[in-house]
Write a new protein. Structure first.
Length: 173
């Protein structure tokens, strides 16, 4: 009984430390006034100018979609879930810098085992270079030191990779 209490207490302390580190690493994002509010402050001549339609944005590069799967150790599920309930700002920033968007991780259980399914879209030009950049990032390395022990690589996962890639068989835009 006491062993479980100490294990849960130690887990809560580790999660609190992780949240504090994530908070300490994050940067405050200043509030920005809208262009209309700035135009209104500048007066009617500028305000009319601000209402002109904007130039069309350049066409976005079509995103590459990725699906991955990995096992989740039952005894580490709580820690993994808590880390992802409060991700560190530098981790999210690095994902965006490396052209990752629309990123989701799903959790499921079947046959008594837990699994994670990840989906994301890549919009960059050089996936390998962006992933190498992410791997060199200090905050990412610290994050992976916490998350990797929670995961169980699956048979067939290529050497040097943590998650097993999946082949897309259907997509509807």
């Amino acid at each position: 009984m006491w062993t479980d209490f100490y294990r849960v207490s130690a887990t809560a302390i580790l999660l609190s430390i992780g949240a504090l580190i994530g908070y300490a690493c994050s940067e405050a994002i200043p509030l920005v006034q809208t262009s209309q509010a700035l135009a209104d402050e500048a007066g009617p001549a500028r305000s009319a100018q601000a209402r002109k339609p904007a130039k069309a944005a350049p066409a976005k590069k079509k995103a590459q979609r990725f699906g991955n799967v990995i096992g989740l150790k039952k005894e580490k599920q709580f820690i993994y879930d808590m880390l992802h309930a409060h991700p560190w700002a530098p981790i999210n920033e690095m994902l965006k810098e490396c052209n990752i968007q629309n990123y989701s991780i799903y959790e499921t259980q079947f046959d008594g085992k837990f699994y994670l399914f990840a989906y994301f879209e890549y919009t960059g030009e050089n996936f390998k270079a962006d992933m190498a950049k992410m791997a060199k990032n200090k905050a990412t390395q610290e994050w992976w030191k916490l998350t990797d022990p929670c995961q169980q690589r699956l048979p067939g996962t290529p050497e040097g990779e943590q998650w097993l890639g999946m082949r897309e068989v259907y997509h509807l835009d």
